[in-house]
Design a protein around this ligand. Structure first.
Ligand code: PRX
Length: 651
């Protein structure tokens, strides 16, 4: 959908207002709307003073010279400062009461458990950091991390941060091809992986994918391999090293390197509107400040809390709100390896009950699955430890919000619906649970320092209640700094539509009370189970099959996943597709990108609807995929018969 053709209309009308519960507000870091508004005003009226004061909460090797250098669209935050993220997440807690406090409480899918205190985690991170150095990784080198959700994943990230290596986590669900593309794009020197991980009782093999990818990756010298599942693996002599052979033997003394504030902490690949994933680059100081400050206030984090975010560290949510933002606050983070429905649909509630989790952060797609599985599963467990619930990844429908509030939160816990993106690094629009009244379906108000606005296509502010495009007017500390190796795309993608402002790619409206209602993506990106997938990437994967001539992919509404993937495919030659060809194409996409990108519906057609200038009219395909009808404007369509034919090509 192009920006000019979109007509954003919001049909959602929701008026239930939930004030922050009095007892919650009384103990919260920010306990009233007035206090939020006062701090918010300060953060946007005097941003440099505000952020300088907040930055004092971190440990610096050298203080900054200037809070912000802003040469749009390039920002430097805390210019001239020297800092280390690993030091801030670990070392500074060791001289406090937190030294022997649980940093990570981990549970594997088979039921194995580990607790790492801050002191223990620090030692493990130092050993891992010394191992990375011994394997030739130096400051500025890139390390690809392709691991299951085990403590060693967090350990590896903190070890990279400690020595100034830039990490790039690739979600374990991505294929060898996707892995290869990412390794080559950032020219990684080392890959850290495992034999596999556990999901629904089965092994998800990882090392074989790495082996396939590394056939075409000349930058990689070594592969560090953790034994998790114990399955038999071929190890490549001279390249592959077992974790257990080297890490435990390494020294636990590894001082954190003082790094420039702007040093790239990590690259995380995300989908855009072209076929090529974008390597979003995040900084050191600004990112850490954004992640830690938002974690403290949005989750109202306290020392005695047990906090659990169910995301995978392969996504930005896991980076900011399992690892960095949480550990920087000296809190206890729960990490779980496996599926929510193994061995039964109550696994999450079992974990909440056993560890007495206080703060629970998950995605709407998971909530919809819980609703479908039935209330009896949460009702079997004592969830009274919970005091705050969070949601992230896509708009949460009011029905799911109300269910979450009553069945999981016992009508007692506030819900924070947090809007943000891989690019923003930290939460941007959100309730503060002790201060901001909530209504199902709105992410409510901007976080400190965030100047959000809904605009028309020319950049003029829309009046209240009118839908438009969501932009951020001012730079913020945890903003992305670049697209790895592609500064032009960085400028064009985010900063060219509304010069000087950041375009989010989302549609939104603001209500008269100032709440933001996010309406989803306006570009060719679909949101499946809270994960962004570029339609172009899936189209490129389909077209790379020798029998496919052309493909168009659109999202259609799906009760469980938010959006499902609908593919329209034309084939080479005139022969009919062979039997089971849809399955073959699904397997092909799985091989090219990973199972998350597998189309839900595939329809074969002789032609795709195009404009006279040859552009595929995805808007029409979207209508067709969602409702089976095309009612929209077809005046620019070149060949009308295409639509009739498409209607007949039932999935
Ligand atoms: O469309 C918005 C949606 O997810 C997109 C960002 O996806 P990603 O970079 O993968 O990061 C997901 C986790 C931060 C946004 O552009 N989105 C995310 N959170 C919400 C949301 N849409 C509505 N409400 C949210 N709370």
């Amino acid at each position: 959908m192009s920006k000019s053709s979109i007509d954003i209309e919001s049909v959602l009308k929701e008026a239930r207002v939930f004030e922050p519960p009095k007892e919650f507000a009384a103990q919260a870091h920010i306990g009233s709307l007035e206090e939020y508004e006062r701090l918010y005003r300060q953060s946007v009226d005097e941003p440099e003073a505000f952020w300088a004061e907040q930055a004092e909460t971190l440990h610096w090797f050298r203080k900054w010279d200037r809070v912000l250098d802003w040469d749009p669209p390039h920002a430097k935050w805390f210019a001239g400062g020297q800092i280390n993220v690993s030091d801030n997440c670990l070392d500074r807690h060791l001289t406090t009461h937190r030294k022997n406090k649980a940093a990570i409480i981990w549970e594997g899918e088979p039921g194995d458990q580990r607790v790492l205190t801050y002191d223990m985690l620090h030692a493990e991170v130092c050993r891992c950091a010394n191992t990375l150095k011994a394997l030739g990784v130096a400051q500025g080198d890139r390390v690809i991390v392709y691991m299951p959700m085990v403590p060693e994943l967090a350990i590896t990230l903190l070890a990279c941060a400690r020595i100034g290596a830039t990490h790039s986590v690739v979600f374990g669900g991505f294929s060898a091809q996707a892995l290869e593309d990412r390794i080559n794009d950032c020219e990684a020197k080392l890959v850290v992986t495992a034999d596999g991980g556990w999901r629904r009782g089965k092994e998800v093999a990882l090392k074989p994918q790495v082996d396939a990818a590394l056939e075409k990756c000349s930058s990689v010298d070594h592969c560090l391999v953790l034994k998790r599942t114990g399955s038999d693996l071929p190890m490549v002599e001279g390249r592959d090293v077992w974790w257990h052979d080297v890490v435990p033997a390494a020294s636990a003394d590894c001082p954190a390197e003082p790094l420039d504030s702007e040093h790239p902490l990590y690259i995380l690949y995300t989908s855009g509107t072209t076929g090529k994933p974008k390597g979003i680059v995040h900084s050191t100081a600004g990112y850490l400040l954004g992640a830690s400050l938002s974690a403290k206030y949005v989750f109202d984090l306290k020392d005695e809390d047990t906090y659990w975010c169910t995301a995978d560290i392969g996504w930005v949510t896991g980076h900011s709100y399992i690892v960095y933002g949480i550990l920087a606050n000296g809190a206890t983070t729960v990490m779980y390896e496996g599926a929510p429905n193994h061995p039964g649909p109550d696994r999450f509630w079992d974990i909440v009950e056993r560890y007495r989790v206080n703060i629970f952060y998950t995605a709407p797609t998971a909530i919809r699955a819980f609703i479908k599985w039935g209330n009896e599963w949460p009702e079997k467990h004592d969830l009274s430890s919970l005091r705050l619930l969070g949601s992230v990844g896509e708009p949460i429908n009011p029905e799911a919000w109300m269910w979450y509030r009553s069945v999981i939160g016992g009508d007692r816990c506030p819900i924070v619906d947090t809007w943000w993106q891989t690019e923003t690094g930290s939460i941007m629009i959100t309730p503060l649970p002790g201060a901001i009244p909530t209504t199902p379906g709105t992410a409510t108000r901007p976080f400190f320092g965030v100047v959000a606005e809904v605009v028309d296509k020319d950049g003029n502010a829309e009046p209240p209640e009118k839908g438009g495009f969501l932009v951020l007017r001012k730079p913020w500390p945890s903003m992305l700094r670049n697209i790895w190796g592609d500064p032009e795309r960085y400028e064009k993608q985010y900063w060219s539509d509304y010069p000087g402002s950041y375009f989010t790619g989302d549609g939104a409206r603001q209500d008269a009370a100032g709440n933001f209602w996010i309406m989803g993506r306006v570009d060719d990106v679909i949101n499946v189970s809270g994960h962004r997938l570029g339609t172009m990437e899936i189209e490129s994967a389909l077209v790379s099959h020798p029998r496919v001539a052309e493909a168009a992919v659109v999202g259609r509404p799906d009760d469980l996943k938010g959006q499902a993937i609908s593919a329209f495919v034309t084939l080479e030659g005139s022969a009919a597709p062979p039997p089971n060809f849809k399955d073959e194409l699904r397997a092909h996409v799985t091989k090219e990108i990973g199972a998350i990108a597998k189309p839900d519906d595939i329809r074969f057609t002789d032609a795709l609807p195009k404009t006279r200038s040859g552009k595929i009219m995805r808007r029409l395909l979207k209508e067709l995929a969602s409702s089976g009808e095309v009612k929209g404007d077809t005046t620019t369509l070149e060949d009308f018969s295409v639509i009739a034919q498409l209607k007949e090509s039932e999935e």
